[in-house]
Design a protein. Structure first.
Length: 474
């Protein structure tokens, strides 16, 4: 085996890197992995299925030299400086035409910088979003590649082999130029934040509001997962409520501190949306609520000060659960709409040329936000050559209108009972504002012109106008 050459190399053999490599090996590719930690090498080799080839290296140069040319390699290391450190170590070992993939959750501006820096050295650097967690990496993730189209063509067969499949179609496609892969993955995560927040608000209303037990909650989510809300996040939520704590007699979910962590991709989505600018208020709210949750001590103090007590929801249980189902469906659909409209604008503004119809296909399987709704979106993009917002599709409009009233009733009930429900509210407000031909922003323009001579446009003639408002007042 001394002169064996390998088809693909992985730098970083944490669970994600190892699992993705083993997935490649299962599909007949000869793979090599590098990690400084010899134990991780052993775990890789021990877990390789019989008849597959997965070789570990503790020396980076040895791994690089073992790859067939042009070399195809991926790094799965924490975003930020570690990626630059790996690139620095790699450069002296690479040849022209080699392909280096960053499969982590890097910020797209970092990816852009790296793409350009490596292009000067004739090395293809690609940012590829990979979703699906540890299980996804092992059994079929959703893969979001972007960057050099020629380099993509070289790695395409490997990525297609390992990706999740929906109706035999691999959940991977070329998603655009430059840093498009990491951009699409960032927005995927923003949508993920929004849906998770919507689910947690519905959980709160059923748990503290209706008084449902964990078993009942699990049953509700399991039922929803069989219907039009079928989605990975709904499925795992049903599982979570069943999980027994091994230290107490409680369910584990009740023993978890209510402070949400965040690695940053949701925040990046919000930040970039503001810069574009594109409204994604449900994603913004999801980030905000995670931030509020971290102020646990202040929340406790405020709860005492305000004698906070949510009211029980005294409505017919089954009827309210149905309303919650509709509200969650409505909010989830709106969250995807916000994310997709952001991709639409960013595609042009950042010159990425993102094929939105391919994005929704790639998200159908393997990723955290996979859901039966993606099939609805695929259909919508089949019917429109250009669709700046999913809300402009007739079929989607019908779906939303059918759930709208229940969405309103859930929010009214939640507000009157004192439940925080920011994600639900922002989803409805976005809907109400987006579908309004008229908004009261004429007044804002008048105010801006009044105090700052910022000018305005008139409804009855073209041009830009300014008024000396003080005189009008006199
Ligand atoms: C995925 C996930 C994955 C990860 C994120 C979320 O698509 O597989 O989105 O990328 O779970 O890091 O992390 P935070 O919630 O910590 O931001």
């Amino acid at each position: 085996m001394a002169n064996e050459t390998y088809d693909f190399g992985m730098i970083g053999l944490g669970t994600m890197g190892r699992n993705l490599l083993l997935n490649m090996a299962d599909h007949g590719f000869k793979v090599a992995g590098y990690d400084r930690d010899a134990q991780k090498i052993s775990i890789l080799e021990e877990n390789a299925n019989k008849g597959t080839i997965a070789k570990g290296f503790t020396e980076l140069a040895d791994m690089i030299n073992s790859l067939s040319k042009p070399r195809k390699l991926m790094m799965l290391v924490p975003a930020g400086n570690p990626v630059d450190d790996v690139i620095k170590g790699l450069l002296p070992l690479l040849d022209n035409g080699d392909i280096v993939i960053d499969g982590g959750n890097s910020h797209y501006t970092d990816t852009l910088r790296r793409v350009n820096a490596l292009k000067e050295k004739d090395i293809h650097f690609m940012g590829i979003g990979i979703s699906g967690g540890e299980q996804g990496a092992r059994n079929g993730p959703s893969i979001m590649p972007g960057g050099d189209a020629e380099a993509y063509a070289v790695v395409q067969p490997i990525l297609e082999a390992v990706a999740a499949k929906v109706n035999k179609t691999p959940c991977v496609a070329y998603l655009g130029k430059h840093a498009a892969g990491h951009y699409v993955k960032m927005v995927h995560n923003g949508i993920e934040y929004a849906i998770m927040q919507l689910i947690s608000e519905c959980y709160d209303l059923m748990h503290r509001g209706l008084g449902l037990s964990n078993d009942e909650l699990s049953d509700v989510f399991a039922k929803w997962n069989k219907e039009d809300l079928k989605a990975y996040l709904i499925e795992i939520t049903a599982d979570i409520f069943k999980y027994e704590d091994d230290k107490t007699t409680n369910r584990l979910v009740d023993m978890i501190v209510d402070k949400a962590g965040a690695k940053g991709t949701g925040k990046w989505t919000s930040q970039d949306a503001i810069d574009l600018p594109v409204p994604v208020p449900t994603i913004d709210m999801a980030v905000t609520v995670r931030n509020i949750s971290s102020f646990k001590d202040q929340r406790k103090e405020a709860a005492e000060l305000y004698k906070t007590a949510v009211k029980k929801i005294r409505k017919d249980k089954d009827a309210f659960i149905q309303q919650l189902h509709d509200a969650l469906y409505f909010g989830t659909l709106i969250s995807y709409s916000q994310g997709m409209s952001m991709l639409e604008v960013a595609s042009t503004e950042l010159d990425m040329n993102i094929p939105l119809n391919e994005v929704v296909k790639v998200w159908r399987g393997g990723c955290i936000i996979r859901s039966s709704l993606l099939d609805v979106f695929v259909k919508a993009f089949e019917q429109h050559a250009v669709l700046p917002n999913l809300l402009l599709d007739n079929g989607i409009a019908e779906l939303l209108l059918a759930k709208e009233q229940n969405m309103r009733e859930v929010i009214v009930t939640a507000i009157n009972a004192g439940f925080p429900c920011g994600a639900l509210m922002t989803a409805l407000t976005y809907f109400d504002a987006y579908r309004s031909a008229e908004l009261p922003t004429n007044l804002i323009q008048a105010q801006r012109d009044y105090f700052g001579a910022h000018t305005y446009q008139r409804v009855d003639e073209p041009g830009t106008f300014h008024t000396e408002w003080i005189k009008v007042k006199l």
